[in-house]
Design a protein around this ligand. Sequence first.
Ligand SMILES: CC(=O)NCCCCOc1ccc(NC(=O)Nc2ccc(S(N)(=O)=O)cc2)cc1
Ligand SMILES: [Zn+2]
Length: 258
Amino acid sequence: IHKNRNDALHPLWQSPLSVPGGTRQSPIDIQWRDSIFDPYLRPLKTSYDPDTCLHIWNNGYSFLVEFEDSADKSIIMGGPLENQYRLKQFHFHWGAINEWGSEHTIDSRVYPAELHLVHWNAVKYESFEDAVMEGNGLAVIGVFLKLGAYHEGLQKLVDALPAVKHKDEIVEFDSFDPSCLLPSCPDYWTYAGSLTTPPLTESVTWIIKKKAIEVDEDQLEAFRMLLFTSPGEEEKRMVDNFRPLQPLMNRTVRSSFQ
Ligand SMILES: CC(=O)NCCCCOc1ccc(NC(=O)Nc2ccc(S(N)(=O)=O)cc2)cc1
Ligand SMILES: [Zn+2]
């Protein structure tokens, strides 16, 4: 029988579920007991300038908060990183219901959503687009969201979402400091991976925070009222915008904690 070639395409992105020859794809399931404590891992240092916040944009996969990255104003350094990296954007992945939504999992535990803060190596590369193609080009901090208390800092973002309901809508968004979305606990796992949406390039040093942040039901529901579709198209709710788990292959996950 002729297997339908499209069965290897993920419905959301019409992109290959796995990259041919990919050896370091993301996301992965992080098995706590298999991760290796690395005493040489330093604390991660983040320094974000709220004045570099530009706008919120529905790009048809997620909603992105983008930052002005022409200078070293919003940066991270330390942790597993050799250089300092500049914040370019942050975005989320979430499910249609609270039972799933995150991209990474911890011992197969799925969270209702996951925040990605995307940074690029401006010491080594001229632009984000150049860095995207290099093994040490990007650093993404992943933070799990779990159902719980109302999150004060997130609400400013939630209140702006109706303005970017449709694909390609963009709205000005200023003086937001994304460090309010980071858990206070410094513990993280780190491993070498990839972008989880096209072009799926294997250029990401992943830093996955051990502690989740709490958000309430209404705040999660606000994500789910966004649309994948443009105005005038048949509405498709923006939900389940996460990539399936990828094989660990020949990788170890290191932990910053014992
Ligand atoms: C072969 C090919 O096709 N080359 C073309 C490369 C040049 C342009 O490529 C790119 C590549 C990326 C971007 N923007 C992004 O911010 N992407 C992005 C995707 C997934 C994450 S996640 N979920 O955190 O892993 C984070 C960031 C723009 C242009
Ligand atoms: Zn992401």
